[in-house]
Write a protein that binds this ligand. Structure first.
Ligand code: UFG
Length: 340
């Protein structure tokens, strides 16, 4: 296997089937596997992903389509799966939970069944800090009780439980990676965050800096935090990608199941993020106070060292200015695209 000198040594068997590989974190992870010389096959229905972000072999298919899933496993014979394909809007999960139970829970069952039928036993899976719900203590380590407060968080927890049960009964090996706030873009500038609609803070603030929005609303300024705005743990998308590679290598080396947080352990408030965006972009950014957004906990910061202890994972780009800088380069270039 070829390896960039800066990359860790990982022993990996491919091909790796990447469900949701046209999306934000999935496309960065596909890119990293390929840079490490590991074959990939992206499976994505392009409902929210982007064809131009897909690298390597691609199957446009839906996890709801069991016949196609069986064909994809038969044709590509993946040695492992990395599973990103899911609905991710917390607010929408409250108003339309049916979509979340279908596409997150039921479709994951389809995927696990296809794996069982094909004898494919390793899966790395996108879980979320949303599985912890309103934190009882911050920083949040992996032993914190999982009591999600949204249907989105509950579906992610169901997915974890399903894999745990399959692991004990059928020998599935799985890694649940509980992301905090994914942010940034590839340092090469080719991949980044494009959601329609966009709801995440950093892209929205940068759209404001680019003049694509008039102002950014700060959802609540009376939280029990030093400046009154919510605190989050922003983690670089390339660091998330690296954790998937390391987790798969752990499974392939024999670990049966693992779950760990992926965050930097550092929290930044909404106002600190906006100030960093001002500094990085050198542009003015108009801010307006808005009411609290329902369901936002005041502070979500990752604690513990399990990702380091189990995977040897440590964020390489933990600085908020670096994360915002990579996102700024990506969104500035996107804004110059003729079709943007
Ligand atoms: N925010 C604003 N204004 C905006 C958008 C966001 O003030 O226009 C605030 C939010 O209220 C929050 C912070 O910025 O305090 C970050 O919000 P994001 O929407 O960027 O991210 P969240 O923390 O809400 O969501 C992330 C993931 C979800 C996951 C959730 C777990 O994107 O997938 O963490 O709580 F479910």
């Amino acid at each position: 296997m070829s390896s960039r000198s800066s990359e860790p040594r990982v022993g990996l068997r491919g091909p790796v089937l990447i469900a949701g590989g046209a999306g934000y974190i999935g496309s960065h992870t596909t890119k990293l596997f390929r840079e490490l010389g590991v074959a990939t096959v992206v499976l994505d229905n392009l409902s929210t992903g982007h064809r131009r972000f897909v690298q390597g072999p691609f199957e446009q298919a839906d996890l709801g389509d069991r016949a196609t899933l069986a064909r994809v496993f038969a044709e590509h014979r993946p040695a492992a799966v990395v599973h990103f394909a899911a609905k991710t809007y917390v607010g929408e999960s409250v108003t339309d939970p049916s979509k979340y139970y279908l596409e997150n829970v039921a479709y994951t069952w389809n995927l696990l069944e296809a794996m069982r039928a094909a004898g494919c036993r390793d899966i790395v899976f996108s879980s979320s800090c949303a599985t912890y719900g309103n934190p009882l203590r911050v920083p949040i380590d992996e032993d914190h009780p999982q009591a999600p407060i949204s249907p989105y968080g509950r579906t992610k927890l169901h997915m974890e439980h399903m894999m745990e049960d399959y692991s004990r009964a059928y020998g599935l090996r799985f890694a649940a990676l509980r992301y905090f706030n994914a942010a940034g873009a590839s340092q090469g500038g080719e991949l980044g965050e494009i959601h329609v609609p966009e709801t995440h803070l950093i892209p929205l603030v940068l759209f404001t800096a680019l003049g694509l929005r008039e102002k950014i609303s700060v959802f609540g300024d009376d939280y029990d935090t030093p400046d009154g705005t919510c605190i989050r743990d922003y983690v670089h998308v390339e660091d998330l990608a690296l954790a998937h590679v390391l987790a798969l290598s752990k499974l392939q080396a024999g670990t049966e199941r693992l779950a760990c947080n992926l965050g930097t352990g550092q929290g930044f408030s909404v106002l600190e993020v906006i100030e960093t965006c001002r500094r990085v972009s050198g542009r003015p950014i108009a801010v307006v106070q808005a009411p609290r957004r329902e369901g936002d906990p005041p502070r979500l910061v990752s604690g513990g060292s399990r990702a380091f202890d189990l995977l040897g994972w440590k964020p390489r780009r933990p600085g908020l200015a670096d994360i915002v800088g990579d996102a700024w380069r990506f969104h500035s270039a996107e804004a110059r695209r003729p079709e943007a």
